[in-house]
Design a protein around this ligand. Structure first.
Ligand SMILES: C[S@@+](CC[C@H](N)C(=O)[O-])C[C@H]1O[C@@H](n2cnc3c(N)ncnc32)[C@H](O)[C@@H]1O
Length: 437
């Protein structure tokens, strides 16, 4: 990426500051509320002009500052960037300021992933730090969410007191490697998952297995609904007869790293990631492109989250229902539905949805713990139990390994966990549906 090129996130457009931003920059760095936590004194117009000029043409320099603008109205929101790049110590300082009308609207959380990415990937530093006034609790909280921790000052302070918070590359992202022995001829895949993005779970791995086991029937155009860090889309794109896979996700952090993972795995030309709510991309142009896929999609992959507004199955209904608009006749859906949902729920899903043949389980693990030390799974179990209490279909877990027949429902599983801390067993599974029109 060229540092001078504009780019955008969901709500923000970033571009280098220009001289016609002078009034906005002057206002930003002279307003008393804004200056409360700045280490520099309020500026005048001449200094504001100097700031803009200082940050022009950042390539090869140790500092850069983008203006951040509302993507629709183009109104000035603030600035962000880096300075004090130290190539010997491989560290850089970052900073940002948001105009006071836009505080507490999550703009920093939207800008930070991009800024971190630029510093780690383009500047190739090992450490990013930020200096903050100890009273500026909001800023300290914002960066803590991204894994920044308090440390000794990374450089000599020009004003005191200041808190130094740093983030090391090794803390920013972990990497998962799918070795080539595991991908059944589709090669080695490396996946980065920075803080705040989705990490692969046992459910991801079973869908990976379903894809590699069924690679002969996957071809043409695919959709990866809820792509996370892009793992399934990238894997499917490695199949020779697959032309293109569209990865959809509601999290901008996921979409951003998914695109990066595609590049690292040399499949940029075969995947396209879109920020979307279900099958609806947010960006107008992407929506138009996606709409053209109606009736042309050969396969859909999905490991959806558990829904919290019903029996946990809501996203599966959404995936299967929406898929009908996009699939060609005989198109395939590989959908994760783990064992505990029970075959009755799978049958009722199939019955309630016209147009599909149910093709059975495409991949399954053996009995594995439904690990209730994972807060997300404990939350799911509580939802399941509530659904049973309301009179919904029972869920089915294996109580323990002592017997292959000792099945229990969600309420008993929750009771066992509360009383004895025991997690029940389930099988992570991918089911196959064929669209017959
Ligand atoms: C269980 S994760 C699966 C991620 C990845 N496919 C995998 O298997 O590793 C579910 C994904 O669905 C995304 N998601 C949740 N709600 C969504 C929605 N309404 N539209 C699109 N994606 C959504 C989440 O952000 C998350 O990345």
């Amino acid at each position: 990426m060229s540092l001078s090129e504009p780019f955008s996130t969901e709500r923000l457009k970033f571009r280098l500051l220009q001289l016609n931003d002078l009034e906005a920059i002057y206002r930003q760095f002279s307003d008393p509320d804004m200056c409360k936590y700045f280490s520099d004194p309020p500026c005048d117009r001449e200094e504001a002009k100097g700031i803009i000029e200082h940050y022009q043409s950042p390539e090869g320099k140790g500092h850069l500052r983008y203006g951040m603008f509302d993507i629709i109205t183009e109104k000035f929101i603030g600035t962000c960037g880096y300075h004090y790049l130290d190539n010997d110590l491989k560290q850089v300082e970052i900073g940002y300021d948001i105009w006071k009308d836009y505080w507490r609207k999550g703009y920093i959380s939207e800008a930070l992933p991009v800024l971190l990415h630029i510093c780690f990937e383009e500047l190739e530093v090992e450490c990013i730090y930020i200096l903050a006034d100890p009273q500026n609790k909001a800023s300290i909280k914002s960066v803590s969410k991204f894994g920044f921790v308090e440390c000794k000052p990374c450089r000599e302070l020009d004003v005191e007191p200041q808190i130094c918070m740093k983030l090391l590359r090794t803390e920013w992202y972990k990497e998962t490697i799918l070795e080539k022995e595991f991908t059944n001829g589709l090669g080695r895949i490396s996946l980065k998952h920075p803080m705040g993005t989705f990490s692969l779970t046992p459910a991801s791995y079973i869908l990976i297995e379903a894809i590699t086991n069924n690679k002969e029937i996957l071809n043409g155009i695919g959709i990866d609904w809820g792509t996370g860090i892009g793992c399934l889309a990238i894997l499917a794109a490695k199949i020779e007869l697959v032309d293109k896979v569209y990865g959809l996700d509601i999290s901008k952090e996921n979409i951003y790293i998914a695109a990066k993972n595609a590049k690292d795995n040399n499949v940029t030309d075969k995947v396209c990631f879109m920020l979307a709510d279900s099958y609806s991309p947010f960006n107008g142009e992407e929506k138009q492109e996606f709409d053209k896929l109606r009736g042309k999609v050969n396969f859909i992959l999905s490991n959806p989250p558990s829904s919290d507004w019903d029996d946990g199955f809501g996203f599966r209904r959404i995936v299967l229902e929406g898929a009908r608009e996009y699939l060609v006749k005989n198109g395939i859906v590989l959908l994760n539905i783990s064992f505990q949902y029970g075959m009755k729920r799978v049958e009722s899903l199939h019955k309630s949805m016209d147009g599909y043949n149910y093709m059975g389980v495409a991949a399954s693990t053996d009995w594995v713990p439904f690990d209730l030390s994972r807060p997300d799974l404990l939350e799911c179990l509580k939802i399941y139990s509530g659904e049973e209490v309301k009179g919904g279909l029972d869920y089915t877990f294996l109580a323990d390994r002592s017997s292959e027949n000792n099945f229990i429902n969600a309420q008993t599983a929750l009771d066992n966990y509360n009383k004895r801390g025991v997690s029940p067993l389930t099988q992570w599974q991918t089911h196959m549906f064929q669209y017959i029109g």
